[in-house]
Design a protein around this ligand. Structure first.
Ligand SMILES: C[S@@+](CC[C@H](N)C(=O)[O-])C[C@H]1O[C@@H](n2cnc3c(N)ncnc32)[C@H](O)[C@@H]1O
Length: 422
């Protein structure tokens, strides 16, 4: 089967990332498609071709999934949704030997049971294939050939095919996770919001499993994020034509051919040597270990990297917070009157980090800028630094801000009494 020339695509992303995704898509999609990219809630709508589906899966650092809309219409009951799904010709997408999985996402839907709704969409697909072929596809909840997504709003519903399969933050290099790894797509969103394109030195002094420096190194190498993984579209009939298979092979080949060494140094460190090992191993699998200088050490003690003349530096990090990822090292310990050390909550970490930065990171003539992701809206007060920007971002369900601090000698001080707006 060949797909229609124009497909209605929904490229999903985390909340707050929509404008960054719109910019990204407009940068790598062909000129004719750029005007057909529109930021919506939770992603971007794109009117594109099958080739654009392949390209977005391969090239987008910010997208979660690339969905093709198959049908859309009004509904009131589950049976309306069954009928809607029956209007799609599923033989265009799979044979009975393929596997499926259906998921439902609802926004202000009057339906009582989403499980039952999901089952009715699965029934519609299976009934139709059985009527035509005598056989029905099986369900595979883990790695289906055809992941189907039903979106139900208050009055209208849409059915999509997910061409990505595993969400796109899974780049294919992570084995070692650490305690609270950032999603690769969120690390990419932090770097995009910081305007970092591999043109200034990068340092993550609390690197954990290495997500930020690895993502940065891949950007600086111009290495496409999808080169190390597989996609659901590779098993779906419309993308299995000889012409599209050849296009996919050429696209991936061209993406491999443009990889080059970064033009800037990238530094990563963590107080936990175990995490530095994880990060190094992840970087090896991503093919960028030789471009990142890994070190162990307390962020409050490591001196600023010495940068080449005229080169600016960016610190990009998500620092430890809460009980799950506690501050360690110097700021986690206090000395009692007898001189012995004991743990405290690490409340001191942020003012001490700011003081360390003021001492260590204000000597570079081209300057350092720090970008910190935190759910703590009062972080600037804690650091006694005036933020230059705060960008709303979601770390999964946690509402965060990406704070920008310009590390300039003497000028970054914030009055301690100022209350922080969210
Ligand atoms: C929220 S995690 C960072 C996660 C990381 N971005 C990732 O994707 O895996 C915070 C990290 O800060 C580290 N850390 C805690 N206290 C530190 C300190 N004083 N100096 C440097 N790193 C520290 C922890 O070991 C932890 O790996």
């Amino acid at each position: 089967m060949s797909l229609p020339n124009k497909l209605s695509l929904f490229v999903s992303c985390a909340g707050g990332v929509e404008p960054l995704l719109e910019d990204e898509l407009k940068r790598f999609l062909p000129p004719g498609v750029r005007s057909k990219v529109e930021a919506l809630r939770g992603g971007c709508g794109v009117l594109g071709t099958a080739e654009d589906v392949l390209r977005i899966n391969l090239e987008s650092r910010l997208a979660q999934r690339v969905l093709v809309e198959l049908i859309e219409g009004p509904y009131r009951h589950e049976e309306d949704l069954y009928s809607l799904a029956r209007r799609v010709d599923w033989r265009d997408w799979i044979t009975p030997r393929h596997t499926i999985r259906v998921d439902t996402v609802a926004q202000r839907s009057p339906l009582k049971s989403l499980n039952f709704t999901t089952l009715r969409i699965k029934d519609a697909i299976c009934d139709q294939l059985r009527e035509h072929t005598g056989e029905r596809p099986s369900v595979d909840t883990h790695s289906p050939d055809l992941p189907v997504l039903l979106h139900v709003g208050p009055e209208r519903a849409a059915i999509y095919v997910d061409t990505s399969g595993e969400p796109l933050f899974k780049r294919g290099w992570r084995v070692d996770k650490g305690d609270a790894p950032l999603k690769e797509t969120l690390a990419a969103a932090m770097l995009a919001a910081a305007g970092w394109r591999g043109d200034s030195a990068l340092h993550d002094p609390c690197c954990g499993s290495g997500t930020i420096p690895i993502e940065a190194a891949l950007i600086a190498c111009d290495s496409a994020p999808g080169l190390l993984r597989r996609f659901a579209f590779e098993r779906q009939l419309p993308f299995s034509t000889p012409a599209l298979k050849a296009t996919w092979g050429e696209m991936a080949q061209a993406a491999r051919a443009r990889i080059r060494p970064p033009a800037v140094p990238i530094y990563a460190s963590d107080v936990a040597f175990r995490m530095v090992d994880f990060a190094r191993r992840n970087a090896e699998r991503a093919g960028v270990a030789q471009y990142i200088q890994f070190n162990g050490g307390d962020a409050l003690e490591r001196p600023a990297p010495k940068l080449p003349d005229g080169m600016a530096g960016s610190i990009v990090m998500n620092p430890p917070y809460g009980e799950r990822i506690e501050v360690r090292g110097k700021a986690a310990m206090t000395r009692d009157a007898g001189g012995s050390e004991e743990r405290d909550g690490g409340d001191d970490f942020f003012p001490r980090l700011a003081a360390h930065w003021k001492r260590q990171y204000t000597e570079n003539p081209a300057g350092w800028t720090a970008w910190m992701l935190s759910p703590d809206m009062k972080l600037p007060s804690k650091m006694r630094l005036k933020e230059a920007r705060r960008v709303p971002m979601w770390n999964g369900p946690i509402e965060c801000r990406l704070f920008r601090f310009d590390l300039i000698k003497g000028s970054a001080r914030k009055p301690e009494t100022a209350a922080d707006a969210p």
